[in-house]
Ligand binder design. Structure first.
Ligand code: ARG
Length: 273
């Protein structure tokens, strides 16, 4: 089997103002120390990894007072030249939405505004011809209908049940058009049954891998960039023929984020799935 890497265009945001000042998920402890300089160096390593793989990285200007803005996956949902802006559940992140919206607009995307809470590609993952959409903690179920109407892909609701895996991209990763990896325990029984039906060959991650945010991975179809600590998952991926690249994002993990959270794929043109 030959596995082709698809060249990607990513949007990222330097963690200039990164901090853990509030707690909106169980990973965040504002009393625990965070090494802000190390966070920047780790993020730079992620950025350099993408460039070394031949991908393109666009940067959005970080805004002071928005410590979670580094998590670009939450900035929008971008498919086929259309971008849907976001509406955060928590007021602490609300001002990120217009900043990202302005970037998409300036970059020439056709813009859509959310009618309900929608945390972008933290909860929306394109897997082949299905749009998997998480709900339960952040993105409202009502937004799933709007996603389907806007992008014209069948939306499959994924019910998240473990607060540590509050965004879909902490519980499931898309490896290529046909393959996903996920933590079964993060989903309701019905959603697990749907996942088994849609992806009978999926890789099942262990709790140990998920607890280091191992599923918060970025795949180009051949190379998978994932947290360095997710060693079991990396071994399973290599068994399936993927090349794995471990990245240490220990400081950003203190906010509940990994490589995928820091990365928004800018899909342009119908072919760029
Ligand atoms: N502290 C951020 C929050 O709780 C982390 C966001 C992580 N992003 C993601 N795509 N999972 O909102």
């Amino acid at each position: 089997m030959t596995m082709d890497a698809i060249r990607q265009r990513f949007l990222m945001c330097r963690p200039t103002y990164f901090a853990v000042d509030y707690a909106i998920n169980p990973w965040m402890d504002p009393t625990a120390p965070v090494d802000a300089d190390l966070a920047i160096r780790q993020w730079e390593q992620l950025c350099r990894t993408y460039l070394d793989l031949g991908h393109e990285v666009e940067l959005i200007e970080p805004v002071a007072g928005l410590p979670d803005m580094v998590f670009a996956a939450n900035g929008g949902t971008v498919i086929d030249d259309k971008a849907m802006a976001v509406q955060f559940r928590d007021p602490q992140r609300a001002d990120e939405a217009p900043a990202y919206r302005a970037w998409f607009e300036a970059a020439g995307f056709e813009m859509y505004d959310p009618k309900h809470v929608n945390e972008g590609e933290g909860d929306v993952l394109l897997a082949g011809d299905h749009l998997l959409a998480g709900t339960g903690f952040r993105t409202a179920h009502a937004s799933h209908a709007q996603l389907q109407e806007t992008f014209g892909y069948p939306v499959v609701t994924m019910q998240l049940v473990d607060p540590r895996f509050y965004h879909l991209d902490t519980a499931l990763t898309v490896l290529d058009e046909r393959t996903v990896a996920y933590l079964p325990e993060a989903f309701s029984p019905g959603s697990r049954a749907v996942l088994r039906r849609l992806f009978p060959d999926a890789i099942h991650a262990t709790m140990a891998d998920a607890e280091v945010l191992g599923l918060n991975a970025v795949s180009d179809g051949r190379h998978v960039v994932l947290p360095a600590q997710a060693t079991d998952l990396a071994a399973k991926l290599r068994d399936r023929g993927y090349e794995t690249i471990g990245i240490d994002l220990s400081e950003l993990r203190k906010a509940g984020g990994g490589p995928k959270c820091c990365t928004l794929r800018l899909r342009q043109g119908k072919a760029s799935k």
